[in-house]
Ligand binder design. Structure first.
Ligand code: PLP
Length: 443
């Protein structure tokens, strides 16, 4: 293994790290040099249990031989070929494999390179759909407070995170937001889907009354909002959104970048939560993050309106140089094969009750004000330190890392999402180390 040459860089200056406190990191670097199974390893060989599947993406665990070999083999056959007006077999094969696991009637798949690109692609497809049907006034996009749809201008604008928007000023026009689904006192410490709050979906009726249904193209939500701290939809909420969208001819987009590929114990969140969208984004677990890739699956009727209804020539003026990249397509096929062969969604579902009990055992720890879970996710919310939001959770993060466990924090919420190959002893170690860190921080 050529580990040392890359794991001990001499110069940390040049790399502008994304979404990071660059100055803090470069003064206190925490490096990951290697990964295998449930574990990361630091350059000096210290093992770190991965409680976050990287960034919610290495669902099959790290260093999967099958995926690595598929990428290597494909690289030896075809490094790259365009997919604009040309084709290479493996992109078609990858799309067919994705279509096998998407909900019935969602058999058309567009490839991107990331979740952000998938979000913007989905929004553009929704606009193109209405235009193709002669409904050109439908240009309004509805997101949700605390929604995260990546960092492109579409996803950033439809997303509902102030911190991600304020720095840039210029946002898409014709965007509005539903209220988020979190915060009802009666839902605190709910296990799985909360009982209360389906009526929050009726806010869409208010937006229809405000703007007119004839101006609204699509509503985009995450089935379970991950990045802002595991916000689980109340029972009946997504059904109600679906019904209102149907009533007014509005497309429903699920951003499944986190909830896809087994995270909720099913291939997609749509299946787990029993609601089928019109358009679905994905990325992350699609290739187990071994090579960047995203995708957008659409209902056949959406594809038909845009593609089959077009007069001829290019039907959708959209695509990326690397759409359907051969190495990514090979990684995706191999990843989906691992998921099928090892029934990773089923495995996640089987361990979910143990996971849920373990996560909720943290209720007894100091400063814990809420715990949420669905599938193999958990959000543990801490009371912020007075006047210093985020600091408490960040200290817990640092303590966990130093004690050999990787967690993720967003504000004062700890978000957990282990690889789906997690076993009970891993769960015990993850939650035990986290509890000790929460207690130590409070001491
Ligand atoms: N959408 C959702 C729901 C996400 O959670 C993320 C990333 O966490 C994205 C989109 C953006 O994905 P990427 O970082 O691959 O652009």
């Amino acid at each position: 293994m050529n580990e040392l040459s890359v794991s001990r860089p001499n110069n940390l200056d040049a790399y502008w790290m994304p979404y990071s406190d660059n100055r803090y990191f470069k003064a206190n670097p925490r490096m990951i040099a290697r990964a295998e199974g449930m574990s990361y390893f630091t350059p000096d060989g210290r093992e770190i249990l991965d409680g976050t599947a990287g960034l919610w993406c290495c669902n099959a665990g790290h260093g999967r031989r099958e995926i690595k070999e598929a990428i290597q083999q494909q690289a030896a056959i075809l490094d790259y070929a365009p997919t604009f007006q040309l084709g290479h077999p493996i992109a078609f094969e990858a799309a067919a494999r994705v279509a096998e696991i998407t909900p019935d009637g969602m058999d058309k798949v567009f490839f991107t390179n990331s979740g952000s690109e998938s979000a913007d692609t989905a929004l553009k497809i929704a606009l193109a759909y209405h235009k193709a049907r002669g409904d050109s006034s439908r240009v309004r996009l509805i997101g949700r407070e605390r929604g995260y749809h990546g960092v492109g201008f579409g996803g950033m604008s439809v997303g509902g995170i102030g911190g991600n928007r304020k720095q840039f000023g210029a946002l898409l026009p014709y965007v509005d937001h539903l209220p988020h689904t979190h915060g009802l006192a009666e839902n605190l410490f709910s296990k799985g889907l909360p009982e209360h709050g389906a009526q929050l979906a009726d806010a869409l009726e208010n937006l229809v009354a405000l703007h007119g249904a004839e101006t609204i193209a699509a509503v985009m939500v995450e089935p379970v909002a991950g990045s802002t701290g595991v916000l689980v939809p109340p029972k009946g909420y997504l059904e109600r959104l679906r019904a209102i969208c149907d009533k007014y001819g509005i497309l429903l987009i699920f951003d499944e970048v986190i909830t896809g590929f087994g995270r909720l114990g099913t291939n997609f969140g749509a299946e787990r939560l029993g609601v089928t969208p019109d358009i679905m984004t994905m990325a992350k677990g699609l290739t187990n993050a071994a090579v960047p890739m995203g995708a957008v699956a659409v209902k056949n009727s959406v594809y038909a309106a845009i593609v089959e209804g077009a007069p001829g020539g290019i039907e959708l003026f959209h695509g990326y140089t690397y759409s359907g990249h051969p190495l990514a397509a090979a990684a995706a096929i191999a990843t989906m094969e691992v998921h099928r062969a090892e029934d990773l969604p089923g495995r996640a579902l089987a361990i979910e009750p143990y996971w849920q009990e373990a996560a909720h055992s943290l209720r007894a720890a100091p400063n814990v004000v809420d715990i949420r879970d669905c599938g193999l996710t958990a959000g543990i919310e801490l009371a912020p330190r007075a006047g210093k939001p985020g600091q408490r959770a960040m200290e817990v993060f640092r303590r966990c890392f130093d004690d050999g466990v990787l967690i993720r924090v967003t504000g004062d919420i700890i978000a957990l999402s282990p690889p789906l190959i997690v076993e009970k002893p891993h769960v015990d170690r993850l939650i035990g180390t986290l509890e000790a860190a929460i207690r130590a921080e409070a001491a």
